[in-house]
Design a protein around this ligand. Structure first.
Ligand SMILES: Nc1ncnc2c1ncn2[C@@H]1O[C@H](COP(=O)(O)OP(=O)(O)OP(=O)(O)O)[C@@H](O)[C@H]1O
Ligand SMILES: [Mg+2]
Length: 427
C-alpha cells in the first residue's frame, strides 16, 4: 500500500489492539471528526507523559492494528512499555482506553457519567467528618418517599430561630421540597481513615493488616477487584443502595508507602492514586463520599485530588465539604487545610470546588466564642455554611447502637439536616 504520508512525516507501525477498542476508537473519531492517526498519536503521547498505575486491559484476542505515527514515537513508546513492564499490546490498549475516557462521546458529554464525589475533610480530629460522611450517604441512598415524608414534617415543625439560622422561610423550604427529591441514589461511602470509625459505627470489621484493601490498591500491591471488599448495608430503608468500602489498618502506613512507591516507580504519581484505584468501580455509583482521616499527609493530597472538577463537570457538583466547630482551634485547622488545597490547585493546575462548611456540635450557651466563631464561618468569602448542627443525642446513640442514623432516628433533627444538605436546600 502506498504511504498516505509521502513526505515521510509518518511511519506505519505494526501493533495489536483488541477489536472492541479498535471499533470504539473508530466510532469516537468519527463522532468527534478527528483523524484516527492523530488520535492514536495523542493517546500515546498522553500515556507516556501521564503517570500510572494504569488499570490492566484485557487484551486477549487482540488483532492486528497498524497506525501511522510520527517517526521515533513508536520507539519511544516501546521504551516506556519496557520501563513500565507492560507488553506493547497492553501499553497501546492502555493509551487508547485512557484517550477514549478523556474524549467522551458527544452523546455522553451532557450526561454526568462520573459519580458526584464528595470529599469530607478536616485534619482536626473529632469535628464530625465521619458523622457527616455517613449521614449524607444515608440521605442520598434512602427510600425517596420515606425521606420526603420525614423532611416535610420536619420543615413544618421548624422554629423561627432554626429558620433564621438557615436563612430560609418555611414556604421557601416547602417549595424546594416540592421540586426536589432526596434519596434513591446508589452510594459508596469510602472509609478512608485507618482509624476505621465509620466502618466500626456500622459494625463492619476493619480490614486486618496485610489484607486486600483500598490502601494496598492505591500503591499497586493488589490487583483484585475492589468490589469484593465492599459491604452493602442490609437495611430496607436503603434498598441495597448504600455501600461501604471498609477502612484498613494498612492505611496507617499509606503516606510512607505512597512516598516510597513514587520514589521507586518512574511514572507513579501519588496524588492520583485514589482516583486510579476507585475509577474501575465508579460506574456502579451515583455518589461517592470519602471520609478522610484527621491528617494533612500525602493520602490527603490523593483525597483532595479525587474531589477535583472533572472535564465537563458542572462547578460545585463535586468537591470538598468541611465540617468545623465554632471555636478558635477549628479556624486554625481550617486555614491549614485551605492552604493545602490551594497548593494542590496551583501545583497540578486543578479546579477543586468548596462545597461548603457544616458547623457541627454548635452550642450557643458556650457564649461569645461560639457565637462569634459561627459569625466568622458565615462571613468567609469562598465558603457557604450548609448547615449548623447542635450537639444531638441521637448521633451518639446511633453510634452506640451501631446503626445508621437515618434508621435509628429517622425523624431526628440530625437526620433531617443530613437530608437537607443532600438536597442542597440547606445552602
Ligand atoms: N452533632 C453531633 N451531636 C452529637 N454528637 C456528635 C455530633 N457530631 C458528631 N458527634 C460525635 O462526636 C464524635 C466525633 O465525631 P466524628 O467521628 O464524626 O468526628 P471525625 O471528625 O470523623 O473524627 P476523627 O477526626 O477522629 O475522624 C463521635 O462520637 C460522634 O458520634
Ligand atoms: Mg472520622
Amino acid at each position: 500500500m502506498a504511504s498516505p504520508y509521502p513526505d515521510g512525516d509518518r511511519e506505519k507501525v505494526a501493533s495489536k489492539l483488541p477489536p472492541a477498542l479498535q471499533r470504539e476508537l473508530k466510532i469516537r473519531c468519527a463522532e468527534l471528526v478527528l483523524d484516527i492517526q492523530d488520535a492514536v498519536e495523542a493517546a500515546i503521547i498522553a500515556w507516556r507523559s501521564s503517570t500510572g498505575p494504569f488499570p490492566d486491559i484485557d487484551t486477549a484476542g487482540a488483532k492486528s492494528f497498524s497506525p501511522w505515527l510520527p517517526p521515533g514515537l513508536y520507539d519511544d513508546f516501546r521504551e516506556t512499555c519496557g520501563s513500565r513492564g507492560v507488553s506493547y499490546t497492553q501499553g497501546l490498549a492502555q493509551s487508547i482506553s485512557e484517550w477514549l475516557r478523556e474524549h467522551p462521546s458527544p452523546k455522553d458529554a451532557a450526561r454526568p457519567t462520573d459519580p458526584q464525589r464528595i470529599v469530607v475533610a478536616n485534619q482536626k480530629g473529632g469535628v464530625g467528618k465521619t458523622s457527616v460522611s455517613l449521614g449524607l450517604g444515608e440521605a442520598y441512598a434512602e427510600d425517596p418517599e420515606a425521606g420526603h415524608q420525614a423532611l416535610s414534617q420536619f420543615v413544618e415543625s421548624l422554629a423561627y430561630s432554626d429558620l433564621k439560622r438557615m436563612g430560609k422561610s418555611k414556604t421557601q423550604l416547602l417549595d424546594m421540597l416540592a421540586e426536589l427529591t432526596v434519596g434513591g441514589r446508589r452510594v459508596l461511602v469510602v472509609d478512608y481513615d485507618p482509624q476505621s470509625h465509620l466502618s466500626d459505627q456500622l459494625g463492619i470489621p476493619q480490614i486486618r493488616p496485610g489484607g486486600e484493601s483500598l490502601a494496598r490498591h492505591m500503591v499497586g500491591e493488589s490487583d483484585g477487584d475492589l468490589r469484593d471488599l465492599i459491604v452493602t448495608i442490609d437495611d430496607p430503608r436503603f434498598e441495597r443502595r448504600l455501600h461501604v468500602l471498609p477502612g484498613a489498618f494498612d492505611g496507617f502506613v499509606l503516606d510512607s508507602k505512597l512516598a516510597l512507591t513514587a520514589a521507586q516507580s518512574r511514572g507513579f504519581q501519588k496524588e492520583i492514586a485514589l482516583e486510579r484505584a476507585l475509577r474501575p468501580i465508579e460506574s456502579d455509583y451515583d455518589v461517592v463520599i470519602i471520609d478522610c482521616p484527621p491528617s494533612l499527609g500525602l493520602s490527603m493530597d490523593a483525597g483532595l485530588y479525587y474531589a477535583r472538577r472533572r472535564r465537563n463537570e458542572r462547578p460545585g457538583r463535586s468537591g470538598v465539604l468541611i465540617p468545623v466547630q465554632a471555636e478558635d482551634s477549628s479556624a486554625t485547622a481550617y486555614n491549614m487545610l485551605v492552604e493545602q488545597i490551594e497548593d494542590l490547585r496551583k501545583d497540578l493546575v486543578l479546579d477543586i470546588d468548596y462545597l461548603g462548611l457544616v458547623v457541627n456540635q454548635y452550642d450557643s450557651r458556650r457564649g461569645y466564642v461560639a457565637t462569634s466563631s459561627l459569625e466568622q464561618w458565615g462571613s468567609l468569602a469562598d465558603q457557604q455554611v450548609l448547615a449548623v448542627l447542635d450537639d444531638l443525642k441521637e448521633q451518639r446513640e446511633a453510634v452506640r447502637m451501631k446503626q445508621p442514623l437515618l434508621s435509628y432516628a429517622p425523624a431526628s433533627k440530625q437526620a433531617n439536616t443530613m437530608r437537607l444538605i443532600a438536597m442542597g436546600a440547606a445552602k
